[in-house]
Design a binder for this molecule. Sequence first.
Ligand code: PLP
Length: 390
Amino acid sequence: MNDKSRDNAHSGRETDIAQGMHFIDDVTGAVMPPIHPATTFARDADNALINEAHSYTRDQNPTYVVAEQMLARLEGAADARLFASGMAAATAVFRALNPGDGVVIPAVMYWGLRNWLIEFCEQWGLVLTQFDATQPDALRVAVVSAKPRLVWIETPTNPTWDIIDIEWAAQCAHDHGALLAVDSTVATPVHTQPLALGADIVMHSATKALNGHSDVLAGALACSDADNTLWQRIVKERGESGALPGPFEAWLLQRGMRTLFLRVQRASATALMLAEQLQGHPAVAAVHYPGLASHPGHAVATRQMDGGYSSMLSIEIVGGAQAALRVSGALNLFSRATSLGGVESLVEHRASIEGPDSPIPANLLRLSVGIERPEDLLADLRQALERAEA
Ligand code: PLP
């Protein structure tokens, strides 16, 4: 960090992030950080590293440091680390556990990680317990019986947007000697800061809203206690596996994060408007969005989410899977593509992607709302629902 960033110790998160932690290059005065493509860093004539923080990019690179300082600021974290993808970040947490350790997860969560976990826990000897996040006491019951080392939650959970109370989950985990990790990809640090609510580790697919432009694959972990044994193993695991983005991706990520607050606030406001407008539409059987008063997690979401309820919503279409696919096919402005959190709106029929064992309703369409003109998105959804009905 340079001198200017220390002068601004009392500015707010939005200001710090917009200014990339007040970065000014000490050598040139540049207001944007350079990209350091170097994989290796030199030593002086006495064999001491010229900069002790940098010897080899698999351990650390100055371009990662800029993005990591922003991530730590966003999450109020003691430490934050970049990874090559969200999956690289999440799997680093589980690889740092010991065979025999217990893990508790929600039955509905990001399916790619859930599928990986089911196989990995069997191979690595971790004891996996799943709980139904829609049942009020299910998490506590699972923790009491499984006595896990780690509780992993996601909130809102992808793609049904169930809400898990982070404060309560942290209390359940801590009362029974477990750590709590939260996949906060969908909530984003704009709306939720899991560490402040008691979580120990927070994870992001930075591929999504943190970068926000669907052009970087990256992940992040942040922690409340950098001396924790599990965290130290995670950092070691990252350095040994080299599960890191390239410096160019890390640079793009810090640039994307500068507009995080603007993008997320706009997209979440539009998502709420769309959810309200689509509720009650004759072709829509259900709208899943925690910002709606009718959502079972609304009260908890209102308590733990600040300034919005995320850019993600799902709609169930009257008439089943075929009707849902017709609506998706009739959309003009929502691109039919996987992923979320970009400036452009996307639609996805999750059941087709997840296959026959998917717990997701066959008539569900997941919408990732971007920053386009809200009225255009609403008009597109209305015309697609009408065409599919006809
Ligand atoms: N967590 C959530 C909630 C996700 O939606 C995704 C990807 O869709 C991931 C984790 C995995 O992230 P990545 O694709 O960056 O590996």
